[in-house]
Ligand binder design. Structure first.
Ligand code: NAD
Length: 369
């Protein structure tokens, strides 16, 4: 399929190719949908094998951001950018500034953020060329490390899963198996423990899991054993692709609810979970705390306001679980349908939303250096 055919098939508004041979920039910005507001999504720098791989990735990720932002209740559309290159070798000030000018040329239709291969310092360089950038170092009154908000969202999602399954969202006496002892887990584990849950933890670096467990009174198992642990909830907070035909039959839990991106190895694996009676919290909904946190930057960042918004993921997930059960569908399909419905409804009140968009962008523009 040609690029235009693919855009039509996936309802993409705009795909922009950016080059600057002097500094070696080759980038693609995909704007999937701006019905709800400016398209927010990170920029990823990665040594893609081919240009085709880069295009495929940016299209897939931009669409995912539309759904994530819509379900998180944000006035933001979905977009994403990729820079083709090795972040360790090919990144330079010139390249980042050239990318920043490309973002700027879109006049706020796309707002960028940090993603794989980028750092807050890189975002600071991009800011010299465009105000349409988030995820800056903390001293810019930015939202800082997203893991606190992401963990709060996962905690809300775990409680929503429990209330759906048992009628009570209390964690007292419940067991949660957490995969990964990184940034998100280090904020999630204390929340779970304070709420009275037993926590079983695993990391490929066992010492990391042991340190986190010792600090909060959790237990540790080997990384490979975490799939066999008997628990109420399995919370994947490590890498993607871990739910597959080999691991799903091993799970001894009633729900899967964690932060990792792209947990399902193949989209159809969600059906394996359903067949086993395991409730699945769609990853792009339950891990939206980070983007909700970033959205607060548009208002002048306030952590408590951001966390209050994050806590609403509880209701969003509960609505998804209930509808999935009522319609006999998988929660992923229901979540996507709900996002599409919100966007369709928004088309009717597009005008007031446009005014809101201008206000949001003015807030970012006010800090242009
Ligand atoms: P991190 O890199 O800080 O932590 C991940 C941890 O998982 C590491 O300690 C790593 O050693 C461990 N790990 C890797 N493979 C493992 C395996 N097979 N078994 C057990 N442990 C394993 O990452 P993070 O920021 O905590 O994010 C965790 C996941 O959540 C990632 O998939 C990330 O994309 C996703 N996510 C994070 C945020 C955020 O705010 N940080 C937001 C949205 C989504």
């Amino acid at each position: 399929m040609s690029v235009l055919e693919r855009m039509v098939a996936g309802s993409y508004e705009q795909v922009v190719f950016c080059t600057n041979p002097e500094v070696g920039l080759r980038a693609i910005i995909a704007i999937h949908d701006t019905t709800l507001g400016p398209a927010l999504g990170g920029v990823r720098m990665w040594p893609y094998r081919t240009e085709e791989d880069a295009l495929e990735d940016v299209l897939r990720l931009a669409r995912g951001m539309t759904y994530k932002n819509a379900l998180a209740g944000l006035d933001l559309g979905g977009g994403k950018a990729v820079i083709l290159g090795d972040p360790r070798k090919d990144k330079s000030e010139g390249l980042l500034r050239a990318f920043g000018r490309c973002v700027d040329s879109l006049g706020g239709r796309y707002v960028t953020a940090e993603d794989v291969g980028m750092t807050p310092d890189d975002m600071e360089i991009i800011l010299r060329e465009t105000p349409y950038v988030t995820g800056l170092p903390r001293e810019y009154n930015s939202s800082g490390n997203p893991s606190v908000a992401t963990a709060a969202g996962v905690f809300a999602g775990i409680r929503a899963a429990l209330v759906h399954l048992t009628g009570s969202d209390s964690l007292e006496g419940r067991t949660v198996a957490v995969q990964g002892a990184g940034s998100v887990a280090s904020h999630l584990v204390p929340l779970l423990r304070e709420a009275g849950a037993r926590v079983i933890l695993a990391d490929v670096y066992r010492e990391k899991a042991e340190a986190l467990a010792a600090a909060h009174g959790a237990e540790v198992v080997d990384a490979e054993e975490i799939y066999d642990v008997e628990a109420d909830v399995f919370s994947p907070c490590a890498l993607g692709g871990i739910l597959n035909a080999q691991t799903i039959p091993r799970l001894r839990v009633r729900a899967v609810a964690g932060s990792a991106n792209n947990q399902l190895s193949r989209p159809e694996d969600v059906e394996l979970l359903r067949q086993r009676g395991i409730l699945y919290a769609p990853d792009f909904v339950i891990n939206a705390g980070g983007v909700i946190n970033i959205f607060d930057e548009f208002m002048g960042y306030d952590e408590s306001r951001a966390l209050r918004r994050v806590s609403r993921l509880y209701d969003v997930l509960l609505a998804i679980f209930r509808r999935a059960e009522a319609e006999g569908r998988d929660p992923n399909a229901v979540a996507e349908a709900m996002a599409e419905e919100r966007i369709a409804r928004a088309r009717a009140w597009r005008k007031p939303l446009r005014a809101e968009t201008s206000r949001l962008l003015a807030a970012l523009e006010a800090r242009r250096m």
